[in-house]
Design a binder for this molecule. Structure first.
Ligand SMILES: [Zn+2]
Length: 360
């Protein structure tokens, strides 16, 4: 029995397997949703906080002036995917006005992720944003859309896109075919080449304030107490995605531990970090902590380039360490994360991790 809610339809369906927070049969759930609920999911109001951006996008949609290539940047959990889906829906909606309407066949297919004119490539999947994949996209971009007014390329998680692949993408962005829309999501726009950034319109998302985040999460997780939700909001500094993840997976411990470890890395004494690493007593916990540390390092990079971030430890690191040093640390964390996929001895791993994190 799964008691985790589907991120797509919010159901708690015991029979459904869950992948990345979505039940695998969300299509069914979506069909059984009330019309008003479907419509709501394609409205900008689904996004928390970011009032100025929502106002700006609402005007852009009304005037039909969405630039042909947009990049949505923001930390994990700030709603990049939600916004990307809304924009994709807007592009394929066939209603006369008020796009996306949430009711037409274009909107329905977009929501179910079965629209033939929305091509989704997720950088988290091996090879999805490789140079070959981008070249194939380029050929496909010149083929006219099947049923929508335009063809949409949804490039998710572009953070690790290699330079050759970015350059291939740049070629399409420089001479875009007609009626093609590119929507990218990335944790930090600084991960992309400046030449790409100059060709796209960047929309930045920021976490909600603690109070707003509590209200949003309370509606999603009725079984959690106000105290639990408030605590998560404070730890995650209003990042709704991270709060949901923490509260639903019991990941609170991992998140706290990662934040404490990041602070300990900056301390001159070795002991605090050793003690914290000693708490990594299960592989699952170690994986969660390293994933949180990866996220914190990315936050720190964002802080280094002057962007607002939610983690105090990440902000402190950005003040003390050079960008180069933080990038190096992020690489080390990634290496450690990869090591956990092998049959490594956890006791030795903790000690080794302390040593490599402190020699940065
Ligand atoms: Zn529609």
């Amino acid at each position: 029995m799964y008691n985790v809610r589907c991120a797509m339809c919010n159901c708690v369906c015991g029979e459904l397997a869950l992948t990345e927070g979505k039940c695998t049969q969300f299509v069914h759930c979506f069909d059984s949703m009330a019309e008003t609920e479907r419509e709501k999911r394609m409205k900008l109001s689904e996004l928390a906080a970011n009032a100025a951006l929502k106002q700006e996008l609402s005007e852009i949609m009304q005037k039909h002036t969405l630039p042909h290539a947009v990049m949505i940047d923001g930390a994990a959990g700030t709603g990049k995917r939600t916004l990307a889906n809304i924009l994709a829906g807007y592009c394929v909606c066939t209603a006369a006005e008020q796009k996306p309407c949430g009711q037409c066949s274009g909107c329905m297919k977009a929501q179910k992720q079965i629209h033939p004119d929305i091509i989704i490539a997720d950088g988290e999947e091996t090879g999805a944003l490789s140079i070959d994949a981008v070249r194939r996209m380029r050929s496909s971009a010149y083929i006219v859309a099947n049923e929508a007014p335009m063809k949409v390329f949804l490039l998710l998680n572009c953070d690790k896109m290699q330079i050759p692949a970015q350059n291939a993408l740049l070629k399409i962005l420089e001479e875009p075919p007609e009626n093609v829309q590119f929507i990218m999501t990335v944790r930090s726009a600084s991960a992309m080449l400046p030449t790409i950034r100059s060709r796209v319109r960047v929309f930045s998302l920021f976490p909600a304030g603690v109070q707003e985040a509590v209200q949003v999460v309370q509606k999603r997780l009725a079984d959690k107490t106000e105290e639990e939700i408030l605590h998560a909001a404070e730890v995650c500094d209003g990042n709704i995605g991270r709060m949901l993840q923490m509260l639903e997976s019991g990941g609170e411990q991992a998140s706290l531990l990662a934040e404490q470890m990041l602070t300990a890395i900056m301390q001159s004494a070795e002991y605090p970090l050793l003690t914290l690493a000693g708490q990594l007593n299960s592989r699952n916990l170690a994986v969660s902590v390293l994933d949180c540390l990866t996220e914190l390092a990315a936050e720190s990079v964002r802080a280094s380039v002057g962007l607002a971030v939610s983690s105090a430890a990440a902000a402190a690191m950005a003040e003390r360490y050079s960008l180069k040093r933080i990038m190096k640390l992020a690489e080390t964390i990634q290496d450690a994360r990869n090591l956990l996929n092998t049959n490594v001895n956890l006791n030795l791993f903790g000690t080794w991790l302390c040593a490599v994190l402190r020699t940065q």
